[in-house]
Write a protein that binds this ligand. Structure first.
Ligand SMILES: Nc1ncnc2c1ncn2[C@@H]1O[C@H](COP(=O)(O)OP(=O)(O)OP(=O)(O)O)[C@@H](O)[C@H]1O
Ligand SMILES: [Mg+2]
Length: 275
């Protein structure tokens, strides 16, 4: 159950002074909640000029997360004031990011992790005001103590309003190879751009490397993508990568967003018993 985006500062017994991880716009510290135990405290990184905007962005993430209640979405405990900034408080994910987990757990059930994430995306995409996650990749998925995937980092997420008026203009894109080509032409993130990212996630989950590994840098990978090239099958050497997952990934990263499947169709194709 979601606890809402309210001030839980008094519940936080301590926060580690040295950050555990540095994200693109925040530092994440380990903390201790008096009742819930270990928590993550995500503090925006700012200068005196950017403080208001950065804090506001994090509080937006907090409010959005607080509306959500799904087993595969990182729960919002609330916010706390730490080191002169409002910070997002979430339960600590014992097994770290999915990228790390895939590196350390050779036997991890990759298809189940993908099904966990697909299930979270179906939940977001089928809400009365559908939510675009907007920044799906292996470092924005966390793994809990039971080895289940938790979708996290809703810093670029948006509710889709029918007229499009209320959704803020996007100021930054997510990780380059996960970014659907239409977003580089100025189109707004959509449910279909999340599906594109999911296709890339299928590849990275099994290859353990950035999709389009043949391109030396992220920028080169982006150029290759914009020329309508896509990851190749030989990027994945694991024997448990099933043919129907490769076919699914190819459908997800179709150039034309209208040709991509929706997440409701994707989910059963992940959980289906292979022939
Ligand atoms: N609840 C948590 N439990 C454990 N680790 C966490 C938790 N939340 C965040 N982290 C760690 O902190 C990192 C950064 O968090 P997050 O992705 O939310 O921040 P960010 O600033 O939006 O990052 P970026 O913009 O680079 O994607 C994660 O990749 C992860 O390593
Ligand atoms: Mg992140």
């Amino acid at each position: 159950m979601s606890l809402g985006c309210h001030n839980v500062s008094l519940e936080i017994a301590r926060v580690a002074a040295i950050s555990y991880a540095a994200g693109g716009y925040s530092d994440v510290h380990e903390g201790v909640h008096r009742k819930l135990g270990k928590v993550a405290v995500k503090r925006p990184r700012f200068t005196s000029e950017t403080k208001v905007a950065k804090e506001e962005r994090l509080m937006k993430e907090c409010s959005l997360l607080a509306k959500l209640d799904h087993d595969n979405i990182l729960r919002c405990i609330g916010y706390c004031v730490y080191n002169d900034a409002r910070c997002l408080v979430t339960p600590w994910a014992e097994n770290g990011t999915m990228s790390r987990y895939l590196r350390t757990e050779a036997a991890a059930d990759r298809r189940r992790l993908l099904a966990d994430i697909a299930s979270a995306l179906v939940y977001l995409h089928t809400r009365p005001l559908p939510i675009v996650h907007g920044d799906l990749h292996v470092d924005n998925v966390l793994i809990n103590v039971d080895g289940r995937a938790l979708l996290s980092d809703f810093g670029l997420s948006r509710e889709l309003h029918p007229e499009g008026a209320a959704s803020a203009t996007r100021t930054s894109l997510g990780r380059l190879v996960y970014t659907a080509p239409e977003l580089h032409d100025g189109y707004k993130p959509s449910l279909a751009s999340d599906v594109f990212a999911f296709g890339m996630l299928i590849v990275e989950t099994y290859s353990g490397r950035r999709p389009l590994a043949r391109a030396a840098t992220d920028v080169k990978a982006l150029i290759v993508l914009s020329q309508s090239q896509r990851p190749s099958r030989d990027e994945i050497t694991r024997g448990d990568f099933l043919r129907h997952l490769w076919e699914l990934a190819q459908e997800c990263w179709a150039h034309d967003p209208a040709l991509r499947p929706n997440m409701i169709d994707v989910l059963p194709r992940l959980t289906r018993i292979p022939e």
